[in-house]
Design a protein around this ligand. Structure first.
Ligand code: NAI
Ligand code: 15L
Length: 273
């Protein structure tokens, strides 16, 4: 995908939730060519709008009326907002489960036809690292957090079947500047590959509800994306350049969840009581 998209790859207004977060800050910059206006939203502090091409609108995703107002006048939603790690269920319920429902209700009410949903590898985190899976593999959520992303994928499926709202659910692996441990050598997604995948997810015609694993072209990957080939996304980066640095870290024990499960430590997080 070129750095300067054609007119057909530019929307009038894109809503980006989770804009104050790690990936939100990245996409705030890199999605700029794809919209006349980016509407940026979060519950946390965001830098003020840098000009007329940005709108900064604070919003709690758990507040249905506020989310419906937030989405007025947008052409597509990139939904990153929510709790992004394992937390007590009540927190996940508000931000992620109610939040994703509110996003789709807003899409229905305003006639918004495309959502890009930041799902997660933790939807399938209880598969072993020795297994290879595609998007048809039965989900095996590894946490309340993973359950909320699994619910989000079901919401996406329902709103497509019932209302024709199309979604690409990106099961993001680990999207950080660099892989932080051995597991992330397999799960790492570079910011460049993430950006191109979100752009493909916004502009590919007829995606229905597509599930794609958001992972770079790493040497050892556990996920097969042949069912998302219609997106035409080809990751450019690989974790390989970080191998020496990562492998200088101590080796985890063979029975450490970080070395056994695709979801790593999430499988053993909590309970919180
Ligand atoms: P992050 O935690 O840095 O950002 C999430 C943002 O959501 C935060 O700025 C937070 O304030 C906001 N948020 C939380 N509760 C909210 C609420 N009730 N209302 C409005 N905003 C709320 O997470 P990151 O890394 O930027 O991830 C973005 C999305 O991608 C998340 O949905 C995460 O679950 C998903 N993801 C990220 C991965 C990664 O490796 N970075 C891997 C898999 C999924
Ligand atoms: C996620 O879903 C989290 O949001 C992120 O913080 C990482 O933990 C990532 O998965 C991962 O599995 O590495």
């Amino acid at each position: 995908m070129s750095a300067h998209p054609a007119e057909s790859q530019r929307l009038n207004r894109i809503l980006l939730t989770g804009a104050a977060g790690g990936l939100g800050k990245v996409l705030r910059e890199t999605l700029r060519p794809y919209a006349e206006v980016l509407r940026l939203s979060d519950i946390s502090f965001m830098d003020p709008a840098s000009g007329p091409q940005e709108e900064v609108v604070p919003c709690n995703l758990a507040d249905k009326a506020a989310v419906i107002a937030l989405a007025q006048g947008v052409d597509a939603i990139v939904h990153l907002g929510g709790v992004s790690v394992e937390r007590p269920f009540e927190e996940i319920l508000e931000a992620n489960i109610k939040g994703v429902f509110h996003i789709y209700e807003a899409a229905r009410i305003h006639g918004i036809k495309r959502v890009v949903f930041a799902s997660s590898n933790h939807v399938i985190g209880f598969y072993k690292q020795s297994e290879r899976i595609d998007a048809t593999a039965a989900r095996r959520p590894d946490s309340y957090y993973g359950l909320s992303k699994s619910y989000g994928e079901d919401v996406a499926s329902f709103y497509f079947d019932r209302y024709g709202i199309e979604t690409v659910s990106i099961r993001i692996g680990s999207s950080f500047p660099e892989p932080q441990n051995r597991r992330m050598m397999s799960t790492w997604l570079s910011y460049r590959d993430l950006t191109n995948l979100v752009a493909r997810s916004l502009f590919t015609p007829e995606v229905r509800h597509t599930i794609v694993y958001g992972v770079s072209n790493n040497r050892d990957v556990w996920w097969d994306n042949h069912l998302a080939a219609h997106l035409g996304w080809e990751p450019q980066d690989s974790s390989e350049i970080f191998r020496d640095k990562v492998e200088a870290q101590p080796m985890p024990a063979p029975d450490d969840p970080a070395a056994v499960y695709q979801g790593g430590a999430f499988v053993a997080a909590g309970p919180f009581d």
